[in-house]
Design a protein around this ligand. Sequence first.
Ligand code: 4NP
Length: 165
Amino acid sequence: MSPRPLGVCFVCHGNICRSPTALAVMQVLVQRAGLQHAFSLDSAGVSDEHAGELPDRRSRSAGAARGYRLESRARRFERDDFARFDAVIALDHDNARRLRALAPDEAARAKLRLLREFDPEQPGAHDVPDPWYGGAEGFELVLDLCERACAGLLAHLQQHRGLAR
Ligand code: 4NP
């Protein structure tokens, strides 16, 4: 890996369900691979409605049952964040659209991807569905999709050291 840690930020709507889940999953995968030194991981939301809050208790308890600790505090992704990260990973199309509109230039837009592009079981432009208004199964699905796609993302970043396709 490169000497400078690779900055990766997961971004959803509120930064209290999906992106904290992706962050917690990626932290475990990176740790298991012994690559903590090689990554700087974070999460954020396109909205600031929940700024300062811990992740939703439904996400925290579903994650805890699989051994993940969701401890981030919600914050909005700001335009300056594009300069701080090498990869900005949107959880769904709406998040990606809003990030693209916020990006200051082409270099920033080149850092944007959808998480499920890296889902080895179903690669493509798929969403991690928003679980906010649904039942417990939605939170399990978020975990399943994040586990698959974060493993794919880590493999990609290890191979390419960036987002080159
Ligand atoms: P997230 O889920 O984007 O995965 O954090 C949501 C959390 C809150 C809302 C929507 C989605 N909300 O409308 O307040």
